[in-house]
Write a new protein. Structure first.
Length: 185
């Protein structure tokens, strides 16, 4: 994955990107001097919390952009385009806590029977993506820990995030993927 120094850089970059957008309405240009390892294409999520409550969370599950570019884009999206929340206001900015999660490439969990998911998923280590047809839901590894989920709870809630019934993970037409994430605050 990436170094702690690069992770800290991404947290500061996400703050700067949101502040710049608040002040100018424009996307922050990619800085010229940044850790070279951030040129790697990686999945990245930016989570905004306000008073220990979720205030926005958007990201790329797949490595479609370099980590540096993805962080700028998803930080702005988390602040201004998360459909669960109104756009961030300037007066809220100082109350925000920024968190950047850098993801490994998702890998499909292949099982002969749904009970085998319990042996393949580890709470605190793995995040989940569940896909059934066009429906797709993702929960970051820290969501299971923060909500004290069991593995079954985690599977159920990821299905609900996809907009499908909670027990859809037991259906053969449902694909379950896991990934790991490095969390930087």
């Amino acid at each position: 994955m990436i170094s702690d120094k690069a992770g800290e850089y991404l947290v500061n970059l996400s703050k700067e990107a949101v502040k710049h957008y608040l002040e100018t309405g424009e996307k922050l240009d990619k800085p010229e001097d940044y850790p070279i390892e951030l040129d790697e294409k990686l999945g990245v999520f930016v989570t905004l919390n306000k008073n220990n409550n979720l205030r926005g969370c958007i990201g790329y599950a797949e490595p479609v952009e370099t980590a540096i570019d993805a962080t700028i884009e998803v930080a702005i999206a988390a602040a201004f385009n998360d459909p669960r929340f109104p756009q961030l206001s300037e007066k809220e900015y100082d109350d925000l806590e920024f968190e950047v999660t850098v993801l490994t490439k998702p890998e499909m969990i292949v099982v002969a029977h749904p009970d085998q998911y319990f042996d393949e998923i580890e709470i605190g280590r793995d995040g989940l993506i569940i896909q059934k047809g066009y429906a797709r839901g993702l929960l970051l590894p820290q969501v299971a820990v923060e909500n004290m989920f069991t593995i079954e709870d985690f599977l159920d809630h990821t299905c609900m995030k996809a907009g499908i019934s909670a027990d859809s993970w037991m259906d053969e037409s449902c694909d379950v993927y896991k990934f790991q994430g490095q969390i930087f605050k």
